[in-house]
Ligand binder design. Structure first.
Ligand SMILES: Cc1cc2nc3c(=O)[nH]c(=O)nc-3n(C[C@H](O)[C@H](O)[C@H](O)COP(=O)(O)OP(=O)(O)OC[C@H]3O[C@@H](n4cnc5c(N)ncnc54)[C@H](O)[C@@H]3O)c2cc1C
Length: 421
């Protein structure tokens, strides 16, 4: 994947319109970088979730103002040079900050229960960052950067939340039409960007019961060999699941958790095998409560694959978990594993004594598996379709770093494409 070192203005004639499906980090980075590079085209960003962030979102509650849970990625690292161009403005705006924010940082749990400072996890190599006010600040900051970089007289990116794109229709006159499940037109644009694989991967029909992959249906009508090849590569992409246990600890019982010398605990591969957990993220809330997020190992998530997190973007569209009994069993199993694995630092189940709430967050496709997709092959100029996201191969693959880089790369690539047409 090519990198964009700094923003360069591109002079272009008529603006064309771009519709982006997915306001995760990649989609938001794409929109921000398009504007920073001088793109004047109308941009519509469509997201099925209640807000931006995707797998790097922060769970909030309408009934509980202080609640904020980073239920997916709790932090992110930048492992390669040069850093994504958007990193510096995000830092300057306070949307991201150095992690850890306090003295308690990283630790590793061994299979014998011992805890050592630091971590060898590849997801923590290099510079580590956290969200300014939860991980949602990252995607939120990208959208604010996009708005700030929008030239006078040009409409800011139009962002629509709570809309699920179901059908992609190429029209005879040229533009793409994006429809919801009822056939209503959500957006129309010259270029279609999928900032995520759901509409292009067999997982979509598997999870939602669609009769076919929406982009594949469109591709049949277009007869573009490049798009057909891109779809084949996307179909071969595999991903790992995770099931995260979210615990809300009452302020009165928070002390043992806050006294721990770490805020992020990585389990070694042997420890993961023993307890079925991969990592632990301890997230203090402003009102004294603490959220503990226990990420399952890939193996445990696989074992319970039929369960969908009731508040995941997939889960919200499904009527109910496939097996509510299994969901409770998984919550129980993860709670027991957590208690047992922490016995050296939280004796006698002390830590779980003040648990006010337990929830499950199931990520059916948490991490794409290597080697990932070739960025250049995901741009199909004849069909005016492109894809970005953490599934693009290159530095940061499968992580937020890769999502940022893929959005930046695609912004530059799209502008050269539009300029050439
Ligand atoms: C449990 C967990 C822990 C993680 N830990 C880390 C970590 O420590 N460090 C790190 O760097 N990364 C981590 N990651 C990975 C990181 O979260 C992802 O790499 C990154 O967020 C991917 O961003 P993205 O924009 O490519 O995709 P996504 O975040 O998946 O964004 C895609 C967006 O598109 C939306 N969407 C999809 N289809 C449609 C549709 N049809 N209509 C409308 N909207 C649609 C989705 O709702 C979503 O918001 C973790 C992920 C998980 C799940």
């Amino acid at each position: 994947m090519k990198r964009v070192a700094k923003a360069v203005k591109v002079e272009r004639a008529d603006p064309r319109s771009i519709a982006v499906v997915g306001a995760g980090v990649a989609g938001c980075a794409l929109v921000a970088q398009l504007r920073r590079l001088g793109c004047r085209a109308p941009i519509t960003l469509l997201e099925t979730g209640r807000g931006a962030g995707g797998r790097a979102a922060t769970r909030r509650s309408r009934r509980d103002d202080a609640l904020a849970i980073d239920h997916g990625a709790p932090l992110f690292n930048i492992s390669a040079e040069p850093a994504p161009a958007l990193l510096a403005p995000l830092r300057q705006g306070g949307w991201i900050g150095p992690w850890p924010p306090g003295p308690a940082g990283l630790a590793t749990l061994e299979a014998d229960g011992r805890i050592a400072a630091g971590s060898n996890d590849a997801r923590l190599a290099g510079e580590i960052h956290g969200g300014g006010r939860g991980m949602e600040s990252l995607a939120g900051g990208l959208l604010e950067l996009a708005a700030a970089a929008t030239p006078a007289g040009v409409a800011g990116p139009k962002v629509c939340y709570g809309v699920m794109v179901r059908d992609l229709v190429p029209t005879a006159a040229g533009p793409w039409r994006l429809l919801d499940a009822q056939g209503q037109v959500l957006a129309q644009a010259d270029w279609l960007v999928l900032a995520g694989t759901l509409l292009a991967h067999p997982r979509g029909p598997q999870v939602f019961g669609w009769s076919e992959v929406p982009l594949a249906a469109a591709a049949r009508r277009l007869g573009d060999p490049r798009l057909a090849a891109a779809l084949q590569s996307i179909a071969a992409l595999r991903s790992e699941a995770r099931s995260n246990l979210l615990l809300m600890i009452a302020a009165a019982a928070a002390r043992p958790w806050l006294s721990l010398p770490f805020r992020h605990l990585s389990f070694t591969p042997e420890a993961q095998e023993r307890w079925g957990l991969e990592r632990l993220s301890i997230q203090p809330l402003a009102d004294g409560r603490v959220v503990v997020v226990a990420h399952s190992s890939a193996a445990v998530a696989d074992r319970y694959l039929g369960i969908h997190g009731s508040r995941s973007s997939a889960g919200r569209l499904l009527d109910a978990p496939a097996d509510p009994g299994a969901e409770l069993r998984l919550i129980q199993a993860l709670s027991e594993a957590l208690s047992a694995s922490l016995v050296a630092v939280l004796p006698d189940g002390e830590g779980l004594a003040g648990v006010e709430q337990r929830q499950l967050m199931r990520w059916g496709a948490a991490f794409p598996c290597a080697p990932g997709l070739d960025a250049e092959s995901m741009v199909c100029p004849d069909s005016r379709v492109a894809l970005c996201g953490d599934a693009i191969a290159g530095p940061g693959f499968g992580r937020i770093e890769g999502a940022l880089r893929s959005g930046e790369w695609l912004a530059a690539r799209l502008l050269s494409e539009v300029a050439a047409s």
